[in-house]
Design a protein around this ligand. Structure first.
Ligand code: FE2
Length: 410
C-alpha cells in the first residue's frame, strides 16, 4: 500500500520508515510524519494497519514535489500560498526555515507570512551582493554550508529577524523565461546536500508561475484599495470629516466582520463597501452638504439620497457584489424602520448595512472634529446599548463592538 504524498514517514514499534517532520500524528499506535498540520485523520486510520505490518510505502521526496506544486495551483491567497510553500519545503528538506525574495529594481525584498519575522524584515532591501542576490544573478541553485567564512552573507536580516542563519540552500524562481525571485531554505543540521539542491530546484521551477501570478494579483488588489482610499479621503475632506473617517469605518467594519466569522473573501468585500459607504456624497451639492447651521427638511431629504447615489455608483462596477452595494445603501437604516432611505426593518437590512452602520456612528462620535467634541468610548457604548434595546441597532454587532473595546482593539 502506498501512502499519500503528504505522509513523509511513519514510526511503528520504535522503527522509523521514511523521514520525521515537525507535524506528527499518533493514530492507532503508529506515529505518522506529514508535511501539513492539517491532515485527514480518517485516511491515517486506514493506513495504520499497513504501517503496523511495515508494508506502507512512502514516496521518495523527489516524487512528492509535483504533487505539492499541483496542490498549490488552487486559488489561494498569497499568505496561504507562502505558508504552504515554506511548510512543505522545510519538512521535505528537514530545514528550520524558508524564505522567498522577489526582485525589485536594484535589490531583493522578502515576501513574508504571519508570525516569525513578519513586520521586521519586509522593509529591508537585500543587496544584490548578498547570497540571495548572487543566486539570482548567477541563475543557479547554490549551497552555502559555511556562512561564517562568507562575506556575502547579509547579516542585516538575521539581526532584524532575531534569527541565526547557519547554512543556506537557494534557487532562483522563474516564470517562463523571466527571472522573478529566489527561494532560500535555511539551517539544516549537517548542511545541505546535492540531492537537496536538486529537490529545491525542481520545486522552484514548479511553483514559479503560480507565485508570480499570485504576487501580481495581490499587488493589483493593493492598488485598487489605494485608489479607493484616495477617492474616499477626497469625499471625507469635502464633508468636514477628517480624511481618516472612511478608512476608520472600513477598519472597524472588518474587525466586526472577522469576529462574526465572515470568510476572508467577504471581509475584503466588506472593507471596500465600508470604505465607499459615503461615496454618494459626491452627488450632494456644496450648498447643502457644507451648509452651516440647520438644514431645512427638504435639504435633509436630499442629504439622505447619498445612500441611493452611493449604491448607484457601486452598482456600475462590474465586480461589485450585492452585499457591497447594500453596505452603501443601507448604512443609515435602523432595525425598527426609523432609518433612511427606505425605512427598511430587521431582516430586510443586509449584514453589511448593519455592520457599517455601527462602525460609521462609532467613528463619527468618538472622533474629534472642528465643530464638536469627541465622545468617550463608554458614552458611545452606552448609547449603542440603549439603541440596541430599543431595536434600532443590531444587538449582536453592538455586543461584538463592546468586546473589541474591552480587548483594547478600539
Ligand atoms: Fe452616510
Amino acid at each position: 500500500m502506498r501512502a499519500p504524498y503528504w505522509v513523509i514517514g511513519y514510526e511503528t514499534d520504535g522503527e522509523l520508515f521514511g523521514k520525521r517532520s515537525n507535524d506528527d500524528f499518533s493514530v492507532d499506535g503508529v506515529i505518522f510524519y506529514t508535511i501539513s498540520e492539517d491532515v485527514d485523520l480518517d485516511v491515517l486510520k486506514r493506513l495504520s494497519g499497513a504501517a503496523k505490518a511495515r508494508s506502507l510505502e512512502i514516496m521518495e521526496p523527489f516524487e512528492t514535489i509535483p504533487f505539492i506544486a499541483a496542490e498549490l495551483n488552487s486559488s489561494i491567497s498569497l499568505l496561504t500560498l507562502l505558508k504552504r510553500i515554506q511548510h512543505s519545503i522545510c519538512s521535505i528538506l528537514s530545514a528550520e526555515a524558508a524564505s522567498i525574495l522577489v526582485h525589485a529594481g536594484d535589490h531583493l525584498e522578502f515576501l513574508v507570512t504571519e508570525g516569525g519575522a513578519s513586520g521586521r524584515i519586509e522593509s529591508i532591501p537585500v543587496p544584490m551582493e548578498s547570497i540571495a542576490g548572487t543566486i539570482f544573478l548567477e541563475e543557479k541553485t547554490m549551497i552555502f554550508n559555511d556562512l561564517m567564512e562568507d562575506k556575502r552573507h547579509f547579516k542585516g536580516v538575521d539581526k532584524a529577524a532575531k534569527f541565526v542563519t547557519k547554512n543556506i540552500l537557494g534557487s532562483p524562481i522563474w516564470t517562463g523565461e523571466k527571472k522573478f525571485g529566489v527561494i532560500e531554505v535555511l539551517n539544516k543540521d549537517g548542511g545541505f546536500t546535492k540531492e537537496d539542491a536538486q529537490l529545491l530546484e525542481k520545486f522552484a521551477r514548479l511553483i514559479g508561475r503560480k507565485l508570480y501570478s499570485t504576487v501580481n494579483s495581490e499587488r493589483m488588489k493593493k492598488l485598487i484599495k489605494e485608489i479607493v482610499l484616495a477617492i474616499t479621503s477626497a469625499i471625507d475632506k469635502r464633508d468636514r470629516y477628517t480624511h481618516e473617517h472612511s478608512r476608520n469605518v472600513a477598519r472597524i467594519s472588518v474587525m466586526l466582520g472577522r469576529k462574526l466569522g465572515l470568510p476572508e473573501k467577504e471581509l475584503e468585500d466588506l472593507e471596500i463597501s465600508a470604505m465607499l459607504h459615503d461615496v454618494g456624497k459626491i452627488g450632494i451639492p456644496d450648498s447643502i452638504l457644507l451648509k452651516p447651521g440647520r438644514l431645512t427638511p427638504e435639504e435633509f431629504d436630499y442629504i439622505k439620497k447619498h445612500t441611493v447615489f452611493g449604491a448607484e455608483i457601486l452598482s456600475k462596477l462590474k465586480h461589485a457584489t450585492e452585499s457591497m452595494i447594500a453596505g452603501a445603501l443601507e448604512h443609515h437604516e435602523k432595525l425598527d424602520g426609523s432609518g433612511y432611505p427606505y425605512g427598511k426593518k430587521n431582516g430586510e437590512i443586509s449584514l453589511f448595512g448593519r455592520i457599517v452602520a455601527v462602525a460609521d456612528i462609532y467613528d463619527a462620535l468618538t472622533a474629534k472634529r472642528v465643530y464638536k467634541k469627541e465622545w468617550t468610548k463608554e458614552k458611545v457604548l452606552e448609547m449603542f446599548k440603549e439603541d440596541a434595546e430599543k431595536g434600532k441597532l443590531d444587538e449582536k454587532i453592538v455586543g461584538i463592538l463592546e468586546e473589541l473595546i474591552k480587548e483594547g482593539a478600539l
